[in-house]
Design a protein around this ligand. Sequence first.
Ligand code: SF4
Length: 391
Amino acid sequence: MPDDRPHFFDHTPDTLGELFQTWGLARFRAKQVMDWVYAKGVADPQQMTNLAAKDRDLLAEKMRFLDGAVIQHQRATDGTQKLLVDWSLDARASHTGTSLTVLGSSETQTECVMIPSTSQKSGRTRRTACISSQVGCPVGCKFCASGLGGLDGNLTTGQIVQQAWQLSWELGDGDWEVGNNKAVVPKSKTPNPKSQNISNIVFMGMGEPMANLRNVLPAVRTLAADWGMGLSARKITVSTVGVPAGIRKLADLELPVTLAISLHAPNDEIRKRIIPWAEFVSIEQLTDAGRDYFNKTGREITLEYILLGGLNDQPEHAHELVGVTRKLRSNVNLIRYNEVAGLPFLRPSDGDVHTFQNILQQAGVNTHIRASRGRDIAAACGQLRHEATNV
Ligand code: SF4
């Protein structure tokens, strides 16, 4: 039986207050509950000790706090951690260790990743949450594991926010243990100290965020809200292969989130070979939308460029890319292709990557080479898919 109780993470303080009133709970309780979940990392109503016992029981009965269940937790040698969540399962079962019906279907599963890193400049530790917006992906980029099986559905606002919350509060440095069946839970039930919380969020997991804007936009608001995850909007990156109308709607949010356009090619001809949606949107249309985004938000656009050996990583491609960057205020992130079993693309050579970067830098383009993280657990860019892996 699907659990159709309201999901906590779908709500704002206002909508939660209204809901509470219909249950006979005082409206101000909404703020207390928000505080328990987002500021203290407690999502079990029975642990919300400033609520009366009868109110805690009522909440436990009427509201779904955690949706789905984590069915796999993996840790890479570089500290990257990945969670596989099955949204069709009942999270209460995984958290109490009672029996689950594991459907084992990739059509209801997504992955999210926490990537720790240390800034070379400040020495500060960063914890970046990479979250999914859809189950599968409708775009089907030729080099990406996430789009291999097409789209199975959209994640709700609550499911999108919940991923960031779980990566923030449930990971820490402790181990996870397998409960009954496939569901796994953190060994320590103590929430992590705030210092371990995530510092950045990127919508670069499974799915095309612009194809699920109805749920992504409210999720971004919750991630950036003081009452919610409380991240600075600048630390939130929404990545898209490029839907000009969606880019303009994101600008209308009036939150200065970072927009990353997955360009991946210096011209339309190569782009069409690797990104099916490039048939409908030209690079010119994308740079126009990116310029509008900059004009409205003041945020420079990040152009993501995955280097595919021999296909788009040669000096002539770098020179052509310089021309694209001249059309909008942008910086470039170069990503070495991460191999996906069964796909015919090659990881570029180190020499080609550095030559490519030098050409951009000599032309005055701010360019970074993004480190490949979590490759040994298939958690790196383009490797996320929706099924358990035996790594
Ligand atoms: Fe979808 Fe992004 Fe993968 Fe393309 S790269 S198939 S848009 S998840």
